[in-house]
Design a protein around this ligand. Sequence first.
Ligand code: GDP
Ligand code: MG
Length: 397
Amino acid sequence: MKVKRYIGQNTQEAMQKISDEMGKDAVILNTRKIRQKGIAGFFKKPLVEVVAAVDDHVSFNYRMLQQQMEKWYNQGNEFAVNRNTPAQNTGNASQVIKKLENQIAAINQLVNKLTDGVNIIKNTSILPVKPAFLPYYERLIENEVNESIAKAIIEEAEKIYDREGIEPENCLNRVLLRYIGPSRPLQIPDNQRKTVMFIGPTGVGKTTSLAKMAAIYSIKQQMKVGLITADTYRIAAVDQLKIYAEILEIPLSILYSPKEIVPALEEHKDKDVVFIDTAGKSIRDRVQEEEIMELINLSKADEIYLVISCNTSCSGCKNIIDSYSFLPDFKLFFTKIDEASNIGTIINCRYMTGKPISYITTGQNVPDDIEIADPDKLLSYMDRRYKDRRVDPNGPS
Ligand SMILES: Nc1nc2c(ncn2[C@@H]2O[C@H](COP(=O)(O)OP(=O)(O)O)[C@@H](O)[C@H]2O)c(=O)[nH]1
Ligand SMILES: [Mg+2]
């Protein structure tokens, strides 16, 4: 490929130069107006600069073709024999050119195929996963699974695929089911009171979820339920739980300092289960952290639910998990799956913490909108949303 810059008083002049030097196969790459050098240049008409390129190989073939034809004429071959009948000459010459053009076109096609092949090989090397798993990787990304987590999941699926040769989708589902993991809902053995603490950022749905659980255990399971709230930072928060406690006719204790949890639990010693509500903690608030730890230690909480909304981005989840890394042990409790467009948050949090899932909440209704997290259901949920979006990208998801 030959690339050259031509300057003319106007475009026509520059084009003429290109045509004279490079021939009709030249390709124009760029055209622009340029000022002549020096102050005087400002007062003169701008020149036109044209950058053109020509494929040396193509010009060479044309020259070769011309030379070859000249040779045939001079050697007295069929062109030379018919030299006196120009119409026929033109016919034969054009047939030869046509034939050569066809051959060039065939070669071009072959070269294009080869180049495509090279591109595929190049692209494959930059693909995040093996081509057979690409749609499934994309499905995970669509579900807002974090990229590096999606890669780790696909890598495991690829290993199963290599080892067992089963369908890529089945390999992926097997890995995903393991990543979501079996759920660990609340178990309340006979004659043993359980204390369950709800911890997590403000507004994720701790109090609402606690009310749902309290209603299920008191009304549906006919158990003795007690409520304690340590969220006394806001009057509204206390009132919110008071209303639920009144409706459900469940006793509620309000703590104004962590130490008060000991007598409060003593008051609830006849209960089967006591649910403890806490205030949302701002990131890296040491005082709140110490208060939560004091509550956990003094109550000897049997279960701690770290409540995370399914609306949370992966970086948001990472912040939450980091900021609650002081917790001794916990289960994941996911809320607002009805508002989320995917289950990426669940997979990301499971991957980052390795902690089991307990429940998911599916709406604001107390007590109906809560379920024990079912891995198969979550998996199909992910798939359905993915397929729905693929069918109608603008439709509801
Ligand atoms: N859409 C939806 N909203 C919820 C869900 N759970 C709780 N909420 C709402 O989230 C808001 C905050 O809930 P709240 O329990 O006060 O959060 P807390 O600050 O963590 O105690 C309220 O408006 C709840 O009705 C859920 O599963 N889905
Ligand atoms: Mg609350």
